[in-house]
Design a protein. Structure first.
Length: 623
């Protein structure tokens, strides 16, 4: 006899204690009166911030269950993560405001993370498990004053989960989905993901232990018939202790491993190649609070090993040590300051060991005026072991006019950033050039934000970026295809507009949309769209069921066809995604995600596979 009533029976049993527990409020799809941190490191109301910081809350992450961190971030204004719609092991390129990977800084729990052995020294977003993340803030524009090297176009500030409530708690998140192209709609289960988060909090002690695994199969990396498999395992362990009201310490350990098959890149064809990327990170953070401020210490040791098995095998071993010590001081309720020192040491093994380090003292001040005038300004002295000392700075004024229960805010900023060549560009196996000069960037922004009560907010930002000594990978011998990293002789210019709107159209019905226009006098880089639109319409039914319909438009881009070594134009495309989430009770919820709902055919990278319509079903069990 088939167990037709098994699922309803399990649901009833799991929800038996619903009356004794507090239900989650699913209706809070908008967070218009939010607090932002990334632009100042102080908790500021959004109305007092001179930036349009993008906040991705825990609720939004839950409403996008089954999607990767890169896929979620790729729906935000000013950002294009190329490769996030393709084969799961595809390299990701994060383009923000016309920039590239090496101009985007990723921070996890207060620590700058990167891979010194990588060609762009970026952090690999493929290593992240969405179900282990509590919140993401994205600060666009030059932010090197607060965050140092690489923070030229954006900072992606990620906070992982931690124990929040007294006692023992367990979350089990599982999902099962397809992984298929537009032309082969077989609907086989080819993508399985499981995560377990265990937390304990007893008085001053808090503990989190988390582990996850994802296995994806069914697609070929390059357009072909061979299936390439991708697997990821990850775990983290965090312990925090509140010694007193003034002093607390948190220690953490993270482990991530990504295994992926991949295909030949020249010529692009099926091949039995694979790579492994393994990362271990150990961190410590502490804060000592005194009457008007706090002394904070964030430090971590990070080790990454990567190995490639192909016709040209290679392996890399890199290490980084990060120490950030800063004092936060509040002179008055309107004036806050941060004074700190940031030390980073990078080391990597190519043919031999190479290393570089920076020692950066910095200061930042925030003034929040009662009459609506706000100023955020800072200065950093970058001391690089190879390139000496350089000043970088920012000034970010804003002016707010209160209008009933909302406001009209005018914003402007000017900021500089300094990006030293990374170890791979200086000494790596491909195109190394020890004579490279650092890149110097500057960004001007201006715009406004209008909030009408708690149901509507719209903002528009114009940006203008300038890059001097831009580092490029250029062919120096067209016969042998010998290439090298070199500084561009000419200044590169980028400008554009970002517009965003959030609105509650009716009770439970929300609308979120953004538009980005990016332009360059010298021409945009490969795969960077000039125009991009994202829109999401969400509806909450009786506080229990969320239905979301998302739309994305990406305009024409250029790419290189390596079969002919000529530039080609990739056609624009539009994608629609559907998300359903239902809370049976406070302990059990389930979701259904359908990506590329209309099964559109499109190209993200020439000669590489993209995903067609795919379906994913999953659940979250909280005990």
């Amino acid at each position: 006899m088939k167990n037709y009533f098994l699922w309803p029976t399990v649901t009833v049993l799991l929800c038996a204690k619903v009356g004794a527990q507090q239900e989650q409020d699913s209706t809070k799809t908008l967070q218009l009166d939010e607090v932002v941190v990334s632009d100042s490191r102080f908790e500021l109301k959004r109305e007092n911030s001179g930036k349009t910081v993008i906040s991705i809350s825990q609720e939004e992450l839950k409403q996008n269950q089954g999607r990767s961190v890169a896929e979620i971030i790729n729906t935000k204004s000013g950002i294009e993560i190329n490769g996030s719609r393709s084969f799961a092991g595809q390299n990701l390129s994060t383009f923000v405001r016309g920039g590239n990977n090496r101009q985007v800084l990723v921070i996890i729990d207060g620590i700058q993370v990167s891979d010194p052995s990588g060609t762009s020294a970026e952090y690999d977003l493929r290593l992240l498990n969405t179900d282990q993340i509590e919140r993401i803030e994205i600060l666009k524009g030059a932010a090197s004053t607060l965050y140092g090297n690489a923070a030229a176009t954006a900072v992606i500030n990620i906070s992982t989960k931690k124990a929040k409530k007294e006692g023992l708690a367990l979350d089990v998140i599982s999902s099962y989905g397809t992984n298929q192209t537009e032309a082969d709609q077989n609907y086989n289960i080819s993508d399985i993901s499981n995560t377990v988060n265990l937390t304990a909090k007893y008085g001053k002690l808090s503990i989190l232990a988390s582990g996850g695994h994802q296995n994806t199969d069914g697609l070929s990396a390059a357009i072909g018939t061979e299936s390439d498999e991708v697997s990821r395992i990850d775990g983290n362990f965090k312990v925090g202790y509140q010694f007193s009201e003034r002093f607390d310490v948190n220690v953490s350990a993270f482990y991530n491993k990504l295994n992926s098959d991949y295909d030949n890149g020249f010529p692009i064809e099926d091949a039995d190649f694979y790579f492994t990327s393994e990362q271990s990170r150990f961190g410590l953070s502490s804060a000592y609070k005194y009457e008007n401020g706090s002394i904070n210490v964030n430090t971590a040791f990070n080790q990454i090993t990567r190995a490639f098995e192909s016709s040209f095998p290679a392996s890399y071993d890199s290490q980084s040590y990060v120490l950030d010590v800063f004092n936060k001081y509040t002179f008055t309720e309107n004036f806050h300051t941060i004074i700190g020192v940031n030390y980073i040491d990078y080391k990597t093994l190519f043919f031999e060991d190479y290393n570089s380090n920076t020692v950066d003292p910095y200061i930042n001040a925030v003034y929040v005026g009662k009459q609506g005038i706000n100023v955020n300004a800072g200065l950093r002295l970058n001391n690089h072991s190879e390139y000496g000392s350089n000043f970088i700075y920012n000034i970010n004024p804003s002016y707010r006019i209160n209008i009933n229960s909302g406001y009209l805010k005018f914003m402007g900023s000017y900021a500089t950033s300094y990006i030293a060549p990374n170890l791979s560009q200086l000494y790596g196996p491909f195109g190394a050039n020890p004579e490279l000069d650092p890149e110097e960037d500057s960004t001007i922004e201006g715009g406004l934000e209008f909030k009408l009560s708690d149901t509507f907010i719209i903002n528009a930002i114009y940006f203008n970026r300038k890059e001097d000594d831009r580092i490029e990978y250029v062919t120096i011998d067209p016969v042998t295809f010998e290439s090298q990293y070199r500084n561009a002789a000419e200044t590169a210019h980028f400008d554009g507009v970002e517009v965003g709107v959030q609105s509650e159209l009716a009770k439970g019905l929300s609308f979120d949309a953004n538009y980005t226009y990016t332009n360059s006098k010298e021409g945009l880089a490969l795969r960077v769209p000039k125009s991009k639109i994202n829109a999401t319409l969400g509806y909450v039914i009786k506080d229990k069921t969320y239905v979301g319909l998302a739309y994305q438009f990406v305009s024409d881009r250029t790419d290189t066809d390596f079969a002919t070594f000529s530039e080609v134009t990739l056609d624009s495309f539009s994608l629609a995604n559907l998300q359903l989430k239902h809370e049976f009770c406070s302990t059990l919820s389930a979701f259904l995600a359908v990506d590329n709902l209309l099964n559109e055919e499109y190209t993200e990278l020439v000669s590489y596979t993209t995903r067609g319509r795919n379906v994913r079903l999953g659940f979250t069990l909280s005990l």
